[in-house]
Ligand binder design. Structure first.
Ligand code: SF4
Ligand code: ZN
Ligand code: ZN
Length: 297
């Protein structure tokens, strides 16, 4: 297997692109692909300021590294959930700290314990659907932080596999609300920072190869509350199809991005009010975040 560019020994084979690359040319190829997606979907202005939501997993760390190398002003944000079981939060935090120190990326750690004197395990005793509340918590903190520092956008590490699997699941259910929101960019609105997914067109195998190439060491600990990964069976089906038709996943998702406006017009968003505590838009006041963490009633 030879590199498409230099004919040297290939390090990675990418059937979806009908190509193989040596380490150097794969690196250049990967950066170019992400740069193209950022431009195509108008994610960031050149040299723009971006907060990257870091979890300690490979996808978010790769997102931060690519944006940093493409010349954006990157700041990592890690939300410490205070989950000590299985060393989950401390190990995740350490993975982020080591990555940021190695690559010269500033890191902000937002600790629930430091802010509110408790973490996710304390809340889990009271609320059975802890992942939903954990999601609300992370999204709130990240949005509020991105607005507070005045960054151009908040980036998350969602991959092509995540986006295609969610699209597949939402299409099977004809869930118009989510079908309207599956784009790699959600524009800024009053009280909402712009949200971007720079790896939305990069497949898992490409991201894994890029992480290995740059010796990114993601956290290995698994959250004790994690149920079966979301959309796992949809990913499996898409991967089986991809094996027979390389490039199918990307064509499926990219095709959707051209059609997403059709769903938008069909979707009525619930009316928003302003949370009396944090001042951000929400469906109720106080918002769920302020009710849980600030004991607002
Ligand atoms: Fe939070 Fe659930 Fe993810 Fe654990 S598995 S980090 S509780 S969303
Ligand atoms: Zn090469
Ligand atoms: Zn609030």
């Amino acid at each position: 297997m030879k590199c498409r560019v230099c004919r040297g020994e290939a390090f990675v084979k990418l059937p979806a692109h009908n190509a193989a690359f040596c380490p150097e040319h794969f690196d250049a190829f990967f950066l170019r692909q992400v740069a193209r997606a950022i431009k195509k979907y108008r994610m960031l202005p050149p040299g723009g300021r971006v907060v990257v939501a870091l979890s300690g997993g490979k996808d978010s760390l790769v997102t931060a590294l690519v944006l940093h190398r493409l010349g954006y002003q990157v700041e990592g944000l890690f939300v410490d959930l205070g989950i000590l079981e299985g060393d989950f939060s401390p190990a995740s935090r350490q993975a982020c700290e080591e990555f940021c120190a190695a690559h010269g990326v500033p890191l902000r750690v937002y600790s629930l314990a430091a802010e509110f004197g408790r973490g996710i395990p304390d809340i889990a005793r009271r609320y059975p659907r802890i992942c939903a509340l954990c999601g609300v918590t992370k999204r709130h903190v990240m949005n509020e932080y991105t607005l507070a520092v005045g960054a151009d956008a908040l980036a998350t590490g969602h991959t092509l596999d995540d986006m295609a699997a969610a699209l597949f699941a939402n299409l099977l259910r004809w869930d118009l609300h989510y079908l309207a929101k599956g784009l790699p960019v959600l524009p800024a609105e009053e009280g909402f920072a712009k949200k971007i997914k720079p790896l939305a067109l990069q497949a898992e195998n490409e991201i894994r190869a890029f992480a290995a190439l740059h010796e990114i060491r993601p956290v290995e600990a698994v959250c004790p509350y994690a149920a079966e990964a979301k959309f796992k069976r949809y990913k499996r089906v898409l991967n089986e199809l991809e094996e027979k038709s390389p490039g199918l996943k990307r064509a499926f998702y990219e095709g959707y991005t051209q059609q997403a406006h059709r769903f938008k017009e069909e979707t009525a968003r619930p009316p928003l009010v302003t949370c009396a505590v944090c001042g951000l838009p929400a469906t109720n006041s106080p918002c769920t975040f302020c009710r849980i963490w600030r004991d607002a009633t």
